[in-house]
Write a new protein. Structure first.
Ligand SMILES: [Zn+2]
Ligand SMILES: [Zn+2]
Length: 193
């Protein structure tokens, strides 16, 4: 008999024998089941979707896909001028993944930043950016791709957890997330700054 308990997707069970299962819905699952098959079954029963441990994203024309495997290293909104120029967006809302957990296939072209240690990989046909690579070698995947793969809605467990380089913003944001003026090891924005 399957026993399941709805909890936030990214929560970790402290009770022996229970483990978390990421899923497509807003809430995940804790269960005693010990097989992947029953994980899938329970998740599909509750949320009508498959377990979200691996997710294939695609560019607009479908010529390039990227598989996201496991959990990202970071989830953030970046307000820095470099992202603004490089990605052509006022705020880059994205997740960062080790290269072996964001695996692309298809005809990609890569543009190397002329001055900085970063590059952008885009579809040779439609031109959409699939990911950027930062100076740490992480693959930065725009949330627009992730939302498209989830029927237009960014999953709860993939929502940004912070704002970075908020000092350099061109748009003010009102939300409850920490707004680091620079990197996440620095001071946080206080209203009135
Ligand atoms: Zn394309
Ligand atoms: Zn940035």
């Amino acid at each position: 008999m399957l026993r399941a308990l709805a909890l936030p997707c990214n929560s970790k069970s402290r009770a022996a024998g229970w483990r978390s299962v990421a899923c497509k819905g807003e809430r995940g699952l804790m269960q005693r089941s010990d097989t992947a098959r029953s994980d899938m079954f329970a998740c599909a029963q509750i949320h009508g979707g498959a377990v979200n441990e691996s997710r294939k994203l695609a560019c607009l024309c479908g010529a390039v896909t990227i598989d996201l495997i496991g959990e990202p290293a970071a989830l953030a909104n970046c307000h820095c001028g470099t992202c603004r120029d490089f990605y052509g967006t006022s705020i880059l809302s994205a997740s960062a993944w080790p290269a072996d957990r964001a695996v692309a296939s298809g005809a990609l072209q890569v543009f190397q930043h002329p001055h900085k240690q970063m590059s952008r990989a885009f579809c040779a046909t439609c031109g959409e950016t699939l990911f950027g690579t930062n100076r740490l070698g992480m693959r930065v995947v725009p949330n627009s791709l992730l939302a498209r793969a989830h029927d237009g809605t960014l999953p709860a467990e993939r929502q940004p957890t912070m704002h970075l380089f908020y000092r350099h913003r061109v748009i003010d944001v009102i939300d409850a997330l920490p707004k680091y003026l620079d990197g996440w090891d620095g001071p946080v924005f206080e209203a009135g700054n």
